[in-house]
Design a protein around this ligand. Structure first.
Ligand code: ADP
Ligand code: MG
Length: 982
């Protein structure tokens, strides 16, 4: 019934398109979603507009065409001025809105508003690119490609089948958006494809006077910077993400490589934003250049003479006018939970360490460690504040007395306690910077994607990235036959059947592309085929360039190619073989590509090979085209569809079939019990095969469940990362303003003001009479923090407010004094360096603490506590402490600064050897053995409970069977007792 209605709608819309725009070649088909069908009518109108400009644009000379770029640029510039107020307005509203749904609505409006700038000239811009493509790369964008380009320009996902020419599609919105001058990023899955696409499409942009760059893994910062400065930059998600992180670890504006995050077009978007998004990007490095420092400092403490000051002592001292620190090396204030070195103490420590002072930018780290060690020795008590268990210091919560595994004191205090306890300081490697792809790509003002397979994950794209999926009909009708699955009892039987089918086709000469889910299985299959004398190739997604060469020829007569899912992706499989690859290879063997005769040689070879492949093409088409054979179902339907899509490109004939055994991970883990039962009951003999829609259906249900499960994992990862993301935004934002010099003297003065308030609160409180003030404490704090003295006689004549004013006057004077002696420029420079260093040290430490918190939180997640809530709460608290810590420490350091040569500054990260990690997902959505047991810190107990075998609520015997089986005769659901519950 539904199908019938859909058909009517489809016909009606098709008629609408054909009648109104008879020249537009867009053919709707029943596989399109309703929303895509509706969308097509609107797209057809724009495609028509592009088409009708063609005669005019084609008549232009090369020079005239080239001049168009300036014309359009000018237009866009004007338009962006027109829409600027509206956009600004929306941006501001966006900042003030907190409700997620509202936010999303505004974001959508913003997207539309930003696109208005281009609205009028879109058809002309696209028509120009199409014309230039004809003249340069010898391709004319098909109408379906124009439609796909519009969708990308709008900031959505174009779902276009393999072989539809997505590389060319991207040129349309890339050109148009690049005219705004803020850079367009085109993201691909590997370096080889980035380079290929840049070279392949480059001539189009270059013709039009745009600059193009490509980022490659082994490039220097200088090269990267140049590439990012281009109008259009190709590169991989990993490189872009790491460059972002690295930029935020730098100490000079001129070192930054990236510019803005304006518009990104992500190729193979499902693989990047879904499969790869399961793990974050991490830059990691040694946690500590050396843990030695802590032990050295720890040994010094017993040699110092300290005094613990109680409130009583202070009051006494005040009356007697006694200096409490006299004769002591350090003072510990229990009330304020602080410790500091006296002048005597400092010189003693300097002697022992054999350094000049503790206030230099280079030595201030020692001072910091020293203070933490003093606190560790004097303020933290074993078995009260912490316990030592299994060689580790575990914090005890001061209010509840609960042990808090995973929680660490920050700022080096934890290590100081570890040193004091004589424990091994465990800091081998730590995260120095991290971001998930979700959060990286959400930084772009406009994000778009393209892939052959997005629809099954449309929900996730929408909810996480705000991306709609629009399926673009193929340029030519798809005529591939998808056979139903062939299900076997054991894996061995399955492989026998697989080898049987491959051998049969091989003998006929028909090309076969065999998909496996692991390299291991590829190797096994390869062994079996060798024994049968079937010549074949194996691809492992390791050597992208070489594998592209092989996969390009996978459509040749008698070719058998075994590949894991990722292998050779992005490379087109032409039936009969790819003459361009062959010609290029041979030409390169003969001549260097920059040889003046290279092009000619290449053309000659191409002609020659083309004759060969054309003949072979005919032969392969007669045999039925490329057959795709899946040796196992993946956990996601999407990945299966990708494999299938390798055959039947651009109206080619082809077919596909998946083989499944009950021993496959998917079936084993996600509900094959029923199937085994059924097969036993049916008395299936060894070697017998089932091909039944019911079985296919139940496989699909299993897949949907795994998809959902994996989505949960990604959502969890994201929820945890969102906490960190907000903090990262704040810190990177602050860091950037320091780096760029927009963080000013006023900001420092206001921090000083805040510190003054704190000091007042501690030592003066709201006590009005000077009798009650803690003047000695005040004096020593001022000395400590700002290195200034206090005229105690003078202040005794003041009231509280006057005191506050006096205080702030003194501090500011001291600050101005410092500025005068160092010179304004030097002062600003030093301030910047101090802030950057302290931000980095503290942030690094914070990241370490956050890692630990994340790991530990799972252990604490007993009882009713939601670990995510706990995590958020503690992370928030730690972050607040870190921020005030940064401000205080930076200001204290600034007051003690001596002039220093600029080159003496070393970035916190500069000496650290870094590793760039993106924990590789070798099997996209691949079965994880025993999901229940898996240790995934990202997964909360909530997600863990989603154990694969759980089949949901209990099913009554008369309820419809949960497997979804329907009576083929009536179409009604079959009762549980008559189906799986038998
Ligand atoms: P996809 O990424 O969609 O799988 P590709 O961008 O790799 O597809 O292109 C597939 C093939 O289609 C390429 O060989 C390309 O040359 C060809 N192609 C794409 N668009 C056109 C066009 N408009 N005219 C002719 N050939 C095209
Ligand atoms: Mg592609």
């Amino acid at each position: 019934m539904l199908g019938f209605i859909k058909k009517i709608i489809l016909t009606r819309k098709q008629n609408l398109i054909s009648r109104r725009f008879p020249d537009v070649n867009i053919v709707l088909h029943p596989d399109l979603s309703n929303s895509s069908v509706n969308k097509m009518v609107g797209l057809a109108k724009i495609v028509n507009a592009v088409n009708s400009l063609e005669p005019k644009i084609s008549a232009l000379s090369d020079t005239e065409l080239r001049r168009k770029t300036e014309e359009l640029r000018y237009h866009i510039l004007n338009k962006s001025k027109v829409y600027e107020p509206e956009i600004k307005d929306l941006e501001e509203t966006l900042l003030s809105v907190a409700i997620p749904e509202e936010k999303e609505k505004i974001k959508e409006k913003l997207k539309i508003a930003r696109n208005k700038i281009f609205e009028e000239i879109l058809p002309e811009g696209f028509a120009i690119v199409r014309e230039v493509a004809k003249r340069t790369v010898n391709m004319r964008h098909f109408d379906a490609q124009i439609a796909g380009g519009i969708v990308l320009h709008e900031g959505r996902i174009s779902e276009m089948a393999t072989g539809e020419g997505k590389t060319l599609v991207a040129t349309l919105p890339a050109y148009l958006n690049a005219l705004l001058g803020r850079g367009v990023h085109i993201i691909t899955v590997n370096d080889y494809l980035a380079r290929r696409d840049r070279e392949w499409m480059g001539p189009i942009y270059e013709f039009l006077g745009l600059t193009i760059g490509v980022i490659q893994h082994d490039m220097s910062d200088e090269q990267r910077k140049q590439a990012y400065a281009c109008d259009i930059t190709y590169g991989t998600n990993n490189e872009f993400g790491f460059d972002y992180l690295r930029d935020n670890m730098k100490y000079g504006v001129e070192e930054l490589v990236q510019r803005s995050f304006y518009y990104a077009i992500v190729d193979e978007v499902d693989s990047i934003l879904i499969d790869e998004a399961r793990t974050p990007l991490i830059i990691s490095g040694p946690a500590e250049e050396s843990t030695e420092k802590y032990y050295i400092i720890d040994k010094i403490i017993p040699r110092l003479k300290g005094r613990i000051i109680l409130e009583r002592d202070e009051i006494d001292a005040k009356y007697k006018g006694e200096d409490l620190s006299h004769g002591f090396d350090y003072i510990v204030d229990e009330k304020a939970h602080t410790a500091h070195l006296t002048e005597e103490g400092e010189s003693k420590v300097c002697n022992i360490l054999n350094i000049d002072n503790l206030h230099d930018i280079e030595t201030m780290e020692w001072r910091h460690h020293m203070i933490q060690a003093l606190r560790a020795h004097n303020l933290y008590k074993k078995d009260v504040d912490y316990v030592v268990k299994d060689g580790q210091v575990i914090i005890v919560d001061e209010f509840t007395g609960r042990m808090m595994p995973g929680r660490r004191w920050s700022d080096g205090l934890h290590q100081a306690v570890e040193a004091r306890e004589g424990l091994k300081i465990e800091r081998e490697n730590q995260t120095l910077a991290t971001v998930t792809f979700q959060n990286y790509f959400r930084m772009y003002e406009k994000l778009a994607g393209m892939t052959g397979t997005a629809l099954t994950e449309a929900n996730e794209f929408k909810s996480i990235y705000q991306l709609d999926v629009v399926t673009i009909p193929t340029n030519r009708p798809l005529i591939r036959t998808n056979y139903s699955d062939s299900v076997h009892k054991t894996e061995k039987e399955k492989f026998d059947a697989v080898v049987g089918e491959i051998t049969e086709l091989y003998n006929l000469g028909r090309p076969v592309l065999v998909g496996t889910i692991t390299i291991d299985k590829s190797e096994r299959l390869s062994e079996l085929l060798k024994r049968r004398g079937v010549t074949h190739q194996v691809l492992n997604a390791k050597y992208h360039e070489m594998e592209a060469q092989i996969v390009a020829q996978a459509g040749r007569y008698k070719a058998v190619t075994i590949a894991t899912n990722m292998a050779g992706r992005g490379t087109d499989i032409l039936l009969g073989g790819n003459p361009e690859f062959m010609a290029k290879n041979l030409a390169k063997e003969k001549l260097k590509p920059d040889d003046p005769n290279y092009q000619e040689e290449y053309k000659k070879l191409l002609e020659q090979y083309r004759r060969e492949t054309d003949a072979e093409h005919k032969k392969v088409v007669e045999l039925g085209g490329l057959h795709v054979l899946g040796t196992e179902r993946h956990e996601a339907r999407r990945i299966d569809n990708q494999l299938r899509g390798r055959s039947g490109r651009q109206g080619d004939p082809g077919s596909s079939r998946f083989y499944v055994s009950l021993g496959d991970d998917l079936m084993r883990l996600f509900g094959s019990d029923r199937l085994v039962g059924i097969m036993d009951k049916l008395g299936l003999e060894e070697g017998q095969v089932i091909e039944h829609p019911w079985v296919t259906k139940s496989i699909e249900i299993a897949q949907r469940r795994v998809e959902q499960y994996n989505f949960e994992i990604r959502k969890q990862l994201l929820e945890y990362d969102n906490v960190m993301n907000k903090q990262r935004e704040v810190i990177y934002g602050q860091r950037r303003s320091v780096l760029e010099g927009t963080f000013l003297k006023e900001d420092i003065l206001s921090i000083i003001d805040k510190i003054n308030d704190d000091i007042m609160a501690i030592h003066i409180g709201d006590k009005q009479s000077c009798e009650e003030w803690d003047i000695a404490g005040l004096a020593s704090t001022l000395k400590l923090k700002f290195d200034i003295g206090l005229d105690t006689l003078k202040i005794q004549k003041l009231n509280r407010d006057e005191l506050k004013e006096e205080l702030s006057k003194n501090v500011i004077e001291a600050y101005e004094e410092k500025e005068k002696s160092l010179g304004t420029d030097m002062m600003r420079h030093l301030e910047r360096m101090v802030f950057l260093q302290i931000i980095d040290i503290k942030w690094k430490d914070h990241l370490y603490a956050m890692d630990n918190l994340r790991e530990g939180i799972g252990l604490r997640a007993y009882g009713q506590r939601d670990p995510l809530v706990e995590y958020k709460r503690e992370a928030f608290e730690m972050f607040g402490q870190m921020i005030s810590g940064i401000e205080e420490e930076a200001v204290e350091t600034i007051f003690r600064l001596q002039a220093a040569k600029p080159e003496r500054f070393r970035g916190v990260f500069s000496s650290v050897s870094q590793e760039f990690l993106h924990p590789e997902v070798t099997r996209p959505e691949g079965p994880q053995e025993n999901i229940e047991m898996q240790e995934t810190p990202q997964v909360s107990p909530k997600a863990m409970k989603l154990s694969p075998q759980v089949s949901g609520p209990k099913v009554g015997r008369n309820d419809p069977c949960p497997c979804g089986a329907k009576d083929p005769a009536t179409g009604n659901p079959i009762k549980y007792k008559k189906c799986c519950g038998r």
